[in-house]
Design a protein around this ligand. Structure first.
Ligand code: BGC
Length: 723
């Protein structure tokens, strides 16, 4: 049955007001006291609703970002205590992800924003009334002259609020409306500046001490016409000056002109920035750094994971992984939060999702996004590079990126044990595997197609972003992985998967024949090639391949060369094949390239490049150099699964049964990790006492576990166990 809000109309401004943010308003004219009042509301764009000036709800950037062609979330707020006879409802509507520019080439069409709402009232006398958006609503201009995700916000408190008259109805399909599925985006914390810096160029800069995603909230004081002008940066350059080149075309500018009547609090309505440093390009003399705070904004995901060990740099790495997630879980899993992208890149999401699911509770977050994945898959079964797909119908089907459709649902099922991840996603996964099966010129390989390869691999040829691992090799390996995941999904759903089991065997055999014909050698001889062969179980006799991988790493000075494809599986490929020692050497490596190198350079988030900031202080490049890219934070998975040894059991997902298989190393001293699961706290710790290792495992009530220590297995029941 249609929801009440679907009977309402989308409203837009009655005339072109350029970039000014409109305010839609309706005097509620209530007949008397109410028993209940519920506001159902959404927008093509982003809305901020208020009743008699008080903000409705805590959702920032509502209604969130979905595949708008077929899916638009609406929210429902209980506003019983906010309404009274004489109340006025006002709603600001900004362009947001819907209307504004998105993509580095402005790939998406600009569109007018629109509001839709239904206020459902039950009076104390039992009578009911619904107030829907219609032409009785009026539209006013606001002091927000411009508000854009990438470019920031311009507000002039002296701008007149012009009454534009009745709203115009915008014909638009209301069947796309659906109740909120994901987590709300919220203000999740506030940081004060840790320092005020004057740079060598004489710029006045506030340092918030942490690279984050959100905005600045400020208390503005000053005379009429005075301005507060802010610019944002993640890092300072070699000389200590403010550095914004890596934002590319995203302007990230806040410009507030004061009216002069008293103090005002300000934060942007429909724009966010990725930053650690804020430059005060203009600031009234009456204001000090104490008037500025950084507000951390992300999806309201609950923290579940924890990891500490005896190496401070690794502890800081884990903190940075968490911040990478906070900064990029803003309704959709994004590549980065600062430059002219901030898109739901599928490759990045599949790389990081496993770690993400341990750090925070992301089941609702991914439920929604995977539904957007289903909506964005094309008829041929191709999955876009970014979801929601703002890049267009041709930006689809890259190996490893599109395989998100089998990797993420399977991991969400493992971590949370919720079967809906498989029921909802099975068809999309199957369509994708079928597409790949039919895509190549050779049946069981994928030799064609356009791929991102081992993106940002350090063995990339000069001038290329793609590591040198063969693209067909990667595509074939992910074909095998996705087929295997599909089989696992189908089996868990009780389906007969014999056809895909056979397909998997054929793909694996074809891959072996083409890419691992010579014993112990993978075609191209790249680190990533060996990693895939081992981690995806594509070769039978693993030892010689593992030995070659280890040798290659040694020859490279005990350093990695892998990119987006190889890095997430690198340590696993080593530790599963007798090279745990080397895996720790890589984890603990502090020279470039390594996970800890950025930490030694003061990183507070994960960097897109191993050498975003080079040892000599120069930048990797201005073009593709985010300092808040969660992808390489995928090493968190290994820290939980292997180092602490907490592993979910596919037969009893959601940690109803746990496998503890820690692989300690004296260089770590001690390790303590935990995951708050639906069943309770799962924890594993170990510590060296001399050359002895002491282990402690915590099994939640109602769960069982098996602990694997030094070749022996111990069956564990609920409780705390020490060895
Ligand atoms: C993004 C990546 C993404 C890639 C695809 C970049 O611009 O920031 O993280 O996966 O494009 O190649």
């Amino acid at each position: 049955m249609a929801h009440l809000i679907q009977q309402a109309c989308f409203l837009t401004a009655p005339k072109d007001i350029g970039t000014v943010v409109p305010c839609f308003t309706r005097a509620l004219d209530l007949r008397g006291p109410v028993r209940s009042a519920r506001l159902h509301i959404s927008a093509l764009g982003m809305y901020q609703a208020a009743i008699d000036g008080a903000r409705v709800g805590e959702f920032v950037f509502a209604p969130g970002w979905t595949e708008y062609g077929s899916r638009l979330q609406f929210q429902t707020y209980d506003v019983t205590d906010m309404v009274a006879p004489g109340s006025v409802l006002t709603v600001l509507v900004g362009e947001g992800w819907w209307g504004g520019r998105m993509g580095w080439n402005d790939q998406k069409a600009r569109r007018a924003s629109a509001l839709i709402a239904a206020l459902e009232i039950e009076y104390l006398d039992g009578s009911r009334e619904n107030i829907l958006t219609d032409e009785r609503w009026r539209v006013l201009t606001t002091p927000i002259l411009f508000s854009s995700i990438y470019d920031g916000e311009t507000v002039d408190m002296n701008a007149p609020c012009e009454d534009l008259g009745p709203a115009r109805i915008l014909p638009h399909d209301t069947s796309i409306l659906l109740p909120q599925e994901g987590e709300e985006i919220r203000e999740m914390g506030t940081l004060s500046p840790i320092a005020e810096i004057t740079t060598p160029k004489g710029e006045r800069v506030l340092d918030f001490g942490q690279n984050l995603t959100g905005y600045v909230r400020l208390r503005a004081r000053g005379r009429q016409g005075e301005t507060v002008e802010l610019s944002f940066a993640e890092v300072l350059d070699k000389d200590g000056n403010f550095y914004t080149e890596n934002m590319r075309s995203a302007k990230n500018k806040i410009l507030l002109t004061l009216s002069g009547d008293g103090e005002m609090e300000y934060a942007p309505a429909f724009s966010f920035q990725g930053f650690r440093y804020v430059r005060l390009d203009a600031c009234p003399p009456a204001m000090t750094s104490a008037d500025f705070a950084a507000v951390v904004v992300h999806s309201n995901i609950e923290r579940t994971g924890d990891f500490t060990c005896g190496v401070e740099l690794v502890n800081k790495l884990y903190e940075n992984i968490l911040w990478g997630q906070r900064g990029n879980f803003l309704d959709v899993p994004t590549d980065c939060p600062q430059r002219d992208e901030r898109l739901g890149w599928t490759g990045d999401a599949q790389v990081f999702a496993r770690t993400a699911s341990y750090n925070f509770r992301v089941d609702k977050f991914f439920t929604k996004w995977l539904h957007d994945l289903n909506a964005s898959q094309d008829e041929q079964g191709r999955i876009p590079h970014v979801i929601p797909n703002i890049l267009g119908p041709d930006s689809v089907a890259s190996a490893a990126w599109a395989d998100v459709c089998t990797i993420v649902p399977w991991q969400m099922y493992l971590t949370y044990g919720q079967l809906h991840f498989l029921t909802d996603q099975f068809d999309a996964a199957k369509k994708w595997v079928d597409y790949v099966h039919g895509a190549g010129s050779e049946e069981f390989l994928w030799l064609d197609g356009t791929h991102f390869g081992d993106w940002l691999g350090l063995d990339a040829p000069e001038g290329s972003y793609k590591g040198s691992t063969d693209e067909g090799l990667i595509a074939g390996a992910f074909f095998a992985l996705s087929t295997e995941n599909l089989v696992k999904m189908g089996r868990a759903l009780g389906k007969n998967m014999t056809e895909y089991e056979a397909l998997y065997d054929n793909v694996r055999a074809a891959w072996q024949k083409r890419y691992a014909a010579e014993p112990g050698r993978v075609f191209g001889d790249t680190q990533t090639g060996y990693v895939l062969a081992l981690a995806f179980d594509l070769v039978d006799q693993k030892a010689p391949y593992a030995a070659r991988l280890a040798q290659k790493i040694h020859e490279n000075g005990d350093k990695l060369q892998t990119g987006f494809v190889g890095t997430p599986y690198l340590l696993r490929a080593l530790s599963e094949n007798g090279y745990t020692d080397l895996a720790y050497t890589l984890l603990l490596q502090t020279e470039f390239p390594s996970w800890l190198y950025p930490v030694t350079r003061g990183a507070t988030t994960m960097w897109e490049h191993w050498d975003g900031l080079k040892p000599d202080g120069s930048m990797w490049s201005a073009d593709m150099n985010s300092f808040n890219h969660y992808a390489y934070g995928a090493v968190g998975e290994w820290m939980f699964n292997v180092c602490a040894g907490i592993q979910p059991d596919p037969e009893n997902p959601g940690f109803r049964r746990i496998r503890f298989a820690p692989q300690p190393d004296p260089r770590m001293g001690h390790v303590s990790a935990s995951i708050r699961t639906a069943q309770g706290l799962v924890a594993s710790s170990w510590a060296y006492e001399g050359d002895k290792v002491r282990y402690t495992f915590t099994v939640p009530a109602g769960c069982t576990a098996v602990a694997q220590i030094g070749g022996a297995e111990y069956e564990l029941s609920a409780g705390v166990h020490r060895f």
